[in-house]
Design a protein around this ligand. Structure first.
Ligand code: GUN
Length: 283
C-alpha cells in the first residue's frame, strides 16, 4: 500500500476558513489585523512569494500592504522604515522578505523588528522563547510542518525525527519544535558523512536540502513519515521537491507532495501569526 498523502493545500483551505470567521469577529469589535510586507529589490521568487502572502491575507480578511524598496536602499534607510512600522499602532505584523541584497546585514534587520510584530518568528527573542517552550511566534514553515503532522494525529513523542538541513528558517527551528513535542532529534546537513545511515533510522524524516529528487526509496525504512520542504524548478518548468515522490510514496507511511504540500502551509501559518499579533498575545 502506498503512503498517505498529506495535502497542505486542503489543510490550508480548512484553516483559512476558520481564520476568516475569527477575523470577521475581530472586525466586528473594531480590530482589523494588518500585515506589512517589506520587499527589497526585484528577485522574481521573492516577488511571487510576497504576492502569495498578500492574496492569502485578502482571502481571510487580513489587511495587508507591500512596501517595495529599491535594491540599492542603504541599510540605515531600511532600518528607518522598520522603525516607523514598529511605531505604527495600525501595523500588527511586519515581515521583511528574505534574502536581502548583499550590502544589507539580514541579522541587523531581523533584530530591528519589534518582537511583538515579528510574525516570521525570526527575532532572537522569539527564537529564545521557542527554545524554552514559551508562547511565541513560531517560524512559519516549521509551524506548518507540525500542524500537518498534528492534522493526521501522527505521534511525535518518543519517535526518532531526522532533519536534513540546518537553515535558520527551517532546519534548526523544526528540530527544536519536534524536541518540544518530545521527539528524539538528529540533525544532518551537507557535511554529514553517510547520510543514509541516519535517514534509514528515521520515524519522521524532514527533508530541506534544496536539490531535486535526492531522497530516493533507499534512504528510508518502511513506514517513515516523510516531509518534503524542497521547492525546485526543473528545466522543463515543473516544480518538484527534494524527495523522489514516486519511489518514496511506495515505501513511506505518509508523504507531503510538491506542490500542494508544505508551501501553502507556510503562508497559512503567517496569517495565524498575524492574527495572534493583532490580538496582542505576545509582547
Ligand atoms: N524567504 C524564504 N522564506 C521566507 C520566510 O519564511 N520569511 C521571510 N521573511 N523570507 C523568506
Amino acid at each position: 500500500m502506498g503512503a498517505e498523502i498529506i495535502n497542505g493545500k486542503e489543510l490550508s483551505k480548512s484553516l483559512k476558513g476558520k481564520m476568516k470567521k475569527e477575523v470577521s469577529i475581530l472586525k466586528d469589535k473594531g480590530l482589523i489585523p494588518h500585515l506589512t510586507v517589506v520587499l527589497v529589490g526585484d528577485n522574481p521568487a521573492s516577488k511571487s512569494y510576497v504576492s502569495g502572502k498578500e492574496k492569502a491575507s485578502r482571502e481571510v480578511g487580513i489587511s495587508s500592504e507591500i512596501i517595495h524598496l529599491e535594491n540599492s536602499i542603504a541599510e540605515k534607510d531600511l532600518l528607518e522604515v522598520i522603525d516607523k512600522l514598529n511605531k505604527d499602532k495600525n501595523v500588527h505584523g511586519i515581515l521583511v522578505q528574505l534574502p536581502l541584497p548583499e550590502h544589507i546585514q539580514e541579522q541587523h534587520v531581523i533584530e530591528a523588528i519589534n518582537p511583538a510584530k515579528d510574525v516570521d518568528g525570526f527575532h532572537p527573542i522569539n527564537i529564545g522563547r521557542m527554545m524554552t517552550g514559551q508562547d511565541t511566534f513560531l517560524p512559519c514553515t516549521p509551524y506548518g510542518i507540525i500542524t500537518m503532522l498534528k492534522s493526521k494525529n501522527i505521534p511525535m513523542e518518543g519517535r526518532h525525527a531526522v532533519i536534513i538541513g540546518r537553515s535558520n528558517i527551517v532546519g534548526k527551528p523544526i528540530g527544536q519544535m519536534l524536541l518540544n513535542e518530545h521527539a528524539t532529534v538528529t540533525y544532518c546537513h551537507s557535511r554529514t558523512p553517510n547520510l543514509k545511515e541516519h535517514t534509514t533510522k528515521a520515524d519522521i524524516l524532514i527533508v530541506a536540502i534544496g536539490k531535486a529528487n535526492v531522497i530516493t526509496a533507499d534512504y528510508i525504512k518502511e513506514d517513515t513519515v516523510v516531509i518534503d520542504v524542497g521547492i525546485n524548478r526543473l528545466d522543463n518548468g515543473k516544480l518538484t521537491g527534494d524527495v523522489h515522490f514516486e519511489e518514496v510514496e511506495r515505501k513511506a507511511a505518509y508523504l507531503t507532495p510538491v506542490p500542494r504540500g508544505v508551501g501553502p502551509m507556510t503562508i497559512t501559518m503567517l496569517l495565524e501569526n498575524t492574527i495572534k499579533a493583532a490580538k496582542g498575545l505576545t509582547n
